[in-house]
Design a protein around this ligand. Structure first.
Ligand code: HEC
Length: 184
């Protein structure tokens, strides 16, 4: 007869063995929940542009170039002049954010111009994310800023000038970290 203590010991050893088995499990035995990202897939997504412009790649573009790209790659979902279609309205807000029918666009909502680059480069066009070159993204950002009356149509934007653009709603956000300090 094994004693109670020995039984517990056997149980613990069995549990440890199961754990180790999980750790060294071969991929062939995995439940196939996706596939390993290739290094080129990782490079396409491994970008982070911060509000102060840190992380912006070298490049430039203007709204004239951006307009052509928009017509070819964005208009189907975001509509003529960014007024919205099956996807979000991006420009031309007629109501403010406190309105019952607030129109949330780049001009009325976004606090930074820099993070537009990050979002478009990473996620748009929705049917082919990661397919746009850096200069193409700068041009599209310029066009969307132009549609929101933030820059002029022939203004060239670069990694240096994009962080200098002030957005209409840049003061419309509350810094929760500052608030936490205040309420402590
Ligand atoms: C197939 C449809 C489709 C196409 C094409 C497309 N988008 Fe989008 N876009 C979407 C959808 C859907 C969303 C909302 C995604 C979300 O909220 O996560 C979105 C969101 C956005 C936003 C954020 C809007 C906001 O204020 O939250 C921007 C900016 C944007 N798209 C730009 C573009 C640009 C530039 C192109 C062309 C290069 C483009 N999109 C092409 C479907 C599309």
């Amino acid at each position: 007869m094994i004693k109670m203590k020995q039984k517990t010991l056997i149980l613990i050893l069995a549990l440890i063995a199961t754990g180790i088995n999980f750790l060294i499990a071969e991929p062939e035995n995995s439940p196939y929940l996706g596939e390993k990202a290739t290094s080129s897939e990782i490079v396409l997504r491994d970008i982070s542009v911060f509000p102060n412009g840190e992380g912006l790649p070298y490049g430039s573009g203007n709204a004239n170039q951006g307009e052509l790209l928009y017509q070819a790659k964005c208009i189907a979902c975001h509509g003529e002049g960014g007024l919205g279609h099956t996807a979000d309205q991006l420009a031309g807000a007629k109501t403010i954010l406190t309105d019952e029918y607030a129109e949330k666009t780049i001009g009325s909502y976004w606090p930074y111009a820099t993070t537009l680059f990050d979002f478009i480069k990473r996620a748009m066009p929705m049917n082919a994310p990661g397919s746009l070159g850096d200069n193409e993204v700068y041009s599209l950002v310029a066009y969307l800023l132009y549609l929101n009356n933030i820059i002029k149509k022939d203004e060239q934007i670069t990694s240096i000038t994009l962080p200098e653009i002030s957005m209409p709603n840049q003061n419309g956000f509350i810094d929760v970290h500052e608030m936490e300090k205040f309420h402590r």
